[in-house]
Design a protein around this ligand. Structure first.
Ligand code: FAD
Length: 324
């Protein structure tokens, strides 16, 4: 009989990513409400000494496999290993992040384990020992609750939505494992890492985003300056990306990244449904748009109806005074 909540940890370069702390904290809350235990699966290279520390975020037990073959991430290797462990452990719920890696892994695992999968969830609760997953659909037009028909329910949590709860006094029991990693069909030849050093949009706590209203790529300098003062990451609408002003990795929305920062400042963005699909779960939304009828104002917590070329530099100056 399936029982317990598992979290598949995400690692890069031997470090555990914040999204894992979010998933674990949420797993702890769910497990406490349902009288279950939380197990973390930690696959990576040079991660063994980090395993017990996952207890601080809610893990009761950590299954750790520290091996060269888990770095860099490779779909079939990770999926085979997690599937092999799940077959032995029979979890009822398995959480991952809706990050690029989590989306990739969860889909493969769902097929391998023949388990229901809820993607990009924004809330969870337990009911009668089963997970109820809440997620937006159709570019955010509806919100649905899903329950898996299978014994195991896989789910990915939208990054930055689940609150991290840390209790440094807790440690987890650690079990070293060597799961079967199956056949390796591919090999990573080279990793071309982003050299910009900026925080990825999906993990940023503040985003300053620009749209067609920016009028030219050079004008993004004023957004970069505001972002620098706030410790923010710069994003863009699809129009700005299509115009070649920003790289696609900056695009927020249905066909870009889904973000949930604490603060999203939309500059010269109209608020099309496809853009809202990517940012409407932001905690606080500020719209700077000179058109009072732009749809973004209806979604915003704070609206500035004015010329962004006046407002953004003025904001930067004011924040400098307050934050320096
Ligand atoms: P516009 O709609 O042209 O808005 C520009 C805004 O700037 C206007 O509201 C204007 O009032 C304001 N403005 C102009 N000058 C100033 C100024 N000086 N000061 C203040 N305000 C000013 N879009 C996305 O963003 N992300 C997606 O992932 C995405 N996916 C899509 C997928 C599909 C299948 C389709 C069909 C569309 C998708 N789109 C996406 C496109 C989307 O429909 C809109 O076309 C796009 O979001 C509009 O971008 P924008 O708001 O920057 O431009």
């Amino acid at each position: 009989m399936a029982s317990g909540i598992w979290v598949v940890a995400e690692t890069r370069g031997g470090e555990i990513r914040k999204v894992t702390h979010e998933s674990l904290s949420e797993a702890r809350r769910l497990a406490d409400s349902a009288g279950m235990a939380v197990t973390a699966v930690l696959l990576g290279k040079g991660v063994a000494d980090k395993a017990a520390g996952l207890g601080a975020y809610g893990a009761d037990k950590v299954l750790v496999a520290d091996s060269d073959e888990f770095e860099p991430y490779l779909t079939e290797v990770h999926a085979s290993a997690v599937a092999a462990l799940a077959a032995g452990g029979q979890p009822a719920v398995m959480l991952m992040s809706a990050s690029a890696q989590g989306k990739d892994l969860s889909a493969r695992l769902s097929a391998k384990l023949k388990a229901g999968l809820s993607t990009d969830c924004t809330a969870f609760r337990m009911e009668g020992g089963k997970l109820i997953a809440t997620r937006p659909m159709y570019a955010g037009k509806v919100v649905v609750e899903e329950k898996a028909k299978t014994d195991l329910h896989l789910a990915t949590a939208r990054p930055n939505v689940m609150e991290v709860a840390e209790d440094p006094s807790r440690t987890a029991a650690v079990e070293n494992v060597s799961p079967d990693t199956g056949t390796k069909w591919t090999e990573v030849v080279e990793v071309l890492a982003d050299q910009s050093g900026k925080v990825d949009l999906t993990e940023a706590s503040i985003i300053v985003s620009g749209g067609r209203g920016m009028k030219d790529s050079a004008n993004y300098k004023i957004l970069e300056e505001l972002a620098e003062v706030l410790g923010a990451t710069v994003g863009a609408s699809r129009s700005a990306v299509d115009a070649g002003w920003r790289p696609h990795s900056d695009q927020v929305g249905q066909t870009g990244k889904v973000v949930s920062p604490n603060l999203y400042i939309a500059c010269g963005i109209s608020g099309a449904i496809q853009h809202l699909a990517g940012m409407s779960s932001s905690k606080v939304i500020v719209a700077i748009n000179k058109d009072p009828d732009a749809p973004i104002h209806a979604k915003a917590d704070y609206s500035v109806v004015d010329d962004l070329f006046q407002v953004v530099p003025a904001l930067t100056e004011e924040f400098k005074k307050v934050l320096n």
